[in-house]
Design a binder for this molecule. Structure first.
Ligand code: SAM
Length: 207
């Protein structure tokens, strides 16, 4: 199967695949995280738009970026369905078409696992955030438990082939704190999902 067809297939089953995890805590986690979004807000890798219903009404402008055309078309449909103004931009996290220091909040949920170069994405996020602006994140990470971490490392490549490039073996808290100042972080478990992607960090970092 071509990679385009695989991408279309994955985007069409993305919401059903996440359904149990959303019900078992992820939807509430998204809502709690996004309560802190303010002002001009930009989301990277917005996928099918599962965060969309959770943005507070006092977000002034919402820019949803998503490089995959298949995901972006689901995202357009959800934006129309929810009826809230948002601009969809089909671009990767490393090429955000906004000026330096022009964004109040950047959001990333389950994206830094998939971008080819997470450090480059963080550098781009830091570029667009205004000083004092917040990066709100929820990401799955390499476990600090040895047995699970060994399995994540061993199965990282087959998992990435199945999940369109998603790496289950990234120590993403280190990647975030090497570029931004950590404000708060909570460690939890992504219930209802395969063990490889269960260890989660949710929090906020400041430019
Ligand atoms: C697991 S999905 C997460 C989608 C959504 N953020 C959510 O919380 O459901 C990962 C997303 O990252 C996107 N992605 C892949 N490469 C990317 C890149 N270089 N820059 C930004 N997003 C990327 C994928 O297209 C996909 O929509």
């Amino acid at each position: 199967m071509s990679s385009d067809r695989w991408e279309r297939l994955v985007s069409s089953v993305y919401d059903p695949f996440l359904w149990l995890g959303e019900r078992r805590g992820m939807r509430d986690r998204r809502a709690a995280l996004l309560r802190a979004a303010r002002g001009r807000t930009l989301e990277i890798g917005a996928g099918t738009g599962l965060n969309l219903p959770h943005y507070p009404s006092d977000v002034d402008e919402l820019l949803l970026t998503e490089p995959s055309p298949a995901m972006a078309s689901s995202l357009h449909r959800r934006v129309s369905g929810v009826g809230r103004p948002a601009t969809v931009l089909t671009v990767p996290a490393t090429e955000l078409p906004v000026e330096d220091s022009s964004v109040d909040t950047v959001v990333s949920t389950l994206v830094l696992c998939t971008v080819p170069d997470a450090s480059a994405a963080l550098a781009e996020i830091a570029r667009v955030l205004r000083p004092g602006g917040h990066f709100l994140f929820c990401e799955h990470i390499l476990s600090d438990r040895q047995v699970l971490a060994a399995a994540q490392r061993r199965l990282a490549r087959p998992w990435a082939a199945f999940a369109i490039g998603c790496r289950c073996d990234r120590p993403l808290l280190d990647t975030i704190t090497s570029t931004l100042r950590l404000d708060r972080v909570e460690h939890s478990t992504w219930r209802g999902m395969p063990p490889l992607v269960r260890p989660l960090i949710t929090g906020s970092a400041v430019r």
